[in-house]
Each structure stands twice: as C-alpha cells, then as structure tokens.
Design a protein around this ligand. Structure first.
Ligand code: FAD
Length: 143
C-alpha cells in the first residue's frame, strides 16, 4: 500500500475536554448527498475508543508545511509538544491545515484489525496551499 501515493491527514477529536490527534492517510470521500467521508482506525490506536465515545471527529488535510505535525501525531517525534488547536463546529482542528472537515459518525464497520468510520460532514474550512504527500513511507513535495 506504500506504493499508493496519498495526502496526509490528522484526525482530531475531544472527550471530556481532552483533545487527541492521530496521523492518518486511510481517508477517502464516499458520498456527495449526503456528504460522507471515511477513515480507517487501527484497533490498537487510542483514537478508536475516543471516536466511539465522542461520536465525532475532524479530518485535517495537511499542507506541505505541516510535515512535523504529521510526525508528531504519528508518534515519530517522541518529545511532548504544546499544540494550539482551533475550535470548529465544537471540534478541535489543526491550525493552518489545507482543509478541516468536521464530521459526526454516520456509520462504522469493523474490518479485521481496523474500524472504518463513515462521517457525515457537518461543515468544512478551506485554505490555499500545497498538500503534504507520502509515497513509500517518505514525505514528498508536489513538483
Ligand atoms: P498516540 O500514539 O498516543 O498519539 C499519537 C501522537 O500524537 C503522540 O506522539 C502524542 O503525543 C501526539 N498527540 C496526541 N494528542 C496530542 C495533543 N493534544 N497535543 C500534542 N500531541 C498530541 N493509523 C491508523 O490507524 N490509520 C491510518 O490511516 C494511519 N495512517 C498513517 C499514515 C502515516 C503517514 C503515518 C506516519 C502513520 C499512520 N497511522 C495510521 C499510524 C498512527 O498515526 C500511529 O499509530 C499513531 O501513533 C496512533 O495514535 P494513537 O491514537 O494510538 O495515539
């Protein structure tokens, strides 16, 4: 699957005032009417329980300037960082993302060791810029 070039997102949610984020590239659009998107979350990810509890999540599509954020929320940067989140439709979002989609869980399906969450897009926020992309495990710039 590493040979499938993708963008990179950070999924964010909040439970009892605690904000959590996780880097994810298993993201796709599903439907236009209603507006649905899908993410895939591993059983072992803390994010799974949190989305099950909150019933909503944001998908933040990263810009080429946000590689460090991607690494931080994938646990590839070990030291703790104080990340300033914005609030959008009652959800924490990552500042300066290309797009942030605020979603409520519409459906979910357990598939092997992952759970597919279909989210209904409540609102979205768009900004200009170039995307962060990944291919064969390496971050790339679009030329
Ligand atoms: P943790 O591993 O505990 O947290 C992840 C990191 O985010 C930690 O370093 C933590 O300090 C930091 N963090 C979380 N919340 C905050 C906060 N509020 N403030 C500051 N830092 C915070 N996994 C999938 O399940 N699905 C995917 O589609 C997927 N795609 C990936 C794509 C890429 C390019 C990469 C690199 C990884 C991908 N992963 C995916 C793996 C996933 O990102 C990691 O396994 C991640 O560590 C799982 O997060 P977690 O919810 O278990 O939380």
């Amino acid at each position: 699957m590493g040979r499938f070039a993708t963008g990179v997102t950070i999924i964010t949610t909040e439970v009892n005032g605690e904000v959590h984020g996780m880097t994810a590239n298993a993201f796709m659009s599903v439907s236009l009417e209603p507006k649905l998107v899908q993410i895939s979350v591993a059983d072992k990810a803390k994010m799974l329980k949190l989305i099950n509890e909150s019933g909503k999540y944001a998908v933040n599509i990263l810009s080429e300037d946000q590689q460090e954020m991607s690494m931080l929320f994938a646990g590839q940067i070990k030291e703790e960082r104080d990340v300033q989140f914005e609030t959008f439709e009652g959800l924490p979002i990552i500042k300066d993302s290309l797009v942030s989609l605020a979603c409520k869980v519409y459906d979910h399906h357990v598939a092997g060791d992952h759970t597919l969450f279909i989210g209904e897009v409540m609102n979205l926020k768009i900004q200009d810029g170039n995307p962060l992309t990944i291919f064969e495990g390496k971050y790339k710039e679009l030329v």
